[in-house]
Design a protein around this ligand. Structure first.
Ligand code: UDP
Length: 330
């Protein structure tokens, strides 16, 4: 059993990972300022509500609790928003992470699992993407994640900080029966937006149908959030077992276009998704599909969910429980 500090543990992926960590018998503390997280996603007794930029408070927590490791989720995640507000993304994703590094150093804490992103690759030359593909982000969000990965390489060399950076592809779905799910405010992600369109009858927007893909819409690698959580637990165990610093893709290796996601939502909900075609969203690459071979080889990790429809079904089951549910189309 390990004692783990989880930053951003009230968020979507963070709260699912906390849920699975607790079920695996680990002890968990969450630091989250709730600027984007959901209070109801985390047990109040486990939550400390403050911003990671408060280095003193973070250092004193790390010193007093003597954590074995940190899993660092806290950060902002919207590619489009990062194009409008780059300073905010560099402050929340880079400056706050430096503050965390300082606090960890002050407490002699040297194991970290970091939430990185496929956005570090920018527009890759080929798919599926291996970890040694060139990194050339096309958004401040992606740049902020790559900057932290680069800092982590130096902290390994200079301070012996061992880390696993997990480059997430497109997290989706919800752990059945957990009460947890994807509920960002504002929501920017495709699957919850399509489910809301079904609920409200208000059309979703497809961001561009003139991409160089078979049906003209962007292709992404959708990975179930519980499989992502399992990858974090495997990374934690790797570090606790003395494993070296690693950077790993987390995806299924299968790509689905926006139109295929719409078809899956229609199948699961039994309702036509109202949508319109809009312009491309700045910062979106046409295709991002993981090669997850390295994660499987090092950690023995394999996704439990491989069917997009099953992933969407778990998202829909969560969405139906949300209070503004109006049922049906319209
Ligand atoms: N997308 C869309 N309409 C939306 C939200 C997203 O067409 O309202 C597209 C987006 O362009 C991308 C895919 O859906 O190709 C997944 O986007 P999302 O924001 O869910 O995740 P990202 O790929 O940005 O991490």
């Amino acid at each position: 059993m390990a004692k783990v500090l989880v930053t951003g543990g009230a968020g979507y992926i963070g709260s699912h990972t906390v849920y699975h960590l607790l079920r695996a018998g680990h002890d968990v503390f969450v630091v989250d300022d709730l600027s984007r997280g959901r209070l109801e996603s985390v047990e109040p007794s486990r939550l400390q509500q403050f911003n990671l930029l408060d280095t003193e408070r973070l250092a004193s927590l790390c010193r007093s609790e003597r954590f074995d490791a940190v899993i660092h989720f806290a950060g902002f995640i919207a590619v489009g928003e990062s194009m409008r507000l780059p300073e905010l993304y560099f402050r929340n994703n880079v400056s706050a992470t430096i503050s965390l590094f300082e606090a960890m150093d002050a407490a002699g804490l040297r194991r970290l699992v970091f939430s990185s992103s496929a956005a570090v690759y920018g527009e890759p030359r080929g798919n599926p993407i291996r970890e040694d593909s060139p990194c050339a982000p096309v958004s401040p969000y992606g740049e902020s994640k790559l900057t932290v990965e680069r800092m982590l390489r130096w902290l390994d060399l200079t301070k012996g900080l061992r880390s696993v950076s997990l480059r997430y592809f497109n997290a989706c779905g919800a752990e059945p029966g957990s009460g947890l799910g994807e509920a960002h405010e504002p929501e920017t992600h495709l699957i919850p937006l399509l489910l809301r369109a079904v609920k409200t009858g208000r059309p979703a927007t497809i961001f561009g149908d003139d991409y160089p893909t078979p049906d003209g819409t962007c292709i992404r690698d959708y990975i179930h959030v519980s499989d992502l959580a399992a990858a974090h637990i495997a990374a934690l165990e790797w570090l606790l077992g003395g494993g070296a610093t690693e950077t790993l893709n987390v995806g299924t290796g299968a790509g689905h276009s926006v139109r295929e996601v719409i078809a899956a939502v229609e199948e699961v909900t039994g309702t036509k998704v109202p949508y319109r075609i809009g312009p491309r969203r700045p910062g979106d690459a046409p295709v991002l599909v993981a090669d997850p071979e390295r994660l499987g080889r090092l950690f023995g990790w394999q996704p439990r969910y491989r069917s997009l429809r099953e992933m969407v079904r778990t998202a829909w089951d969560f969405e139906k429980t949300r209070e503004n549910f109006r049922g049906g189309n319209g």
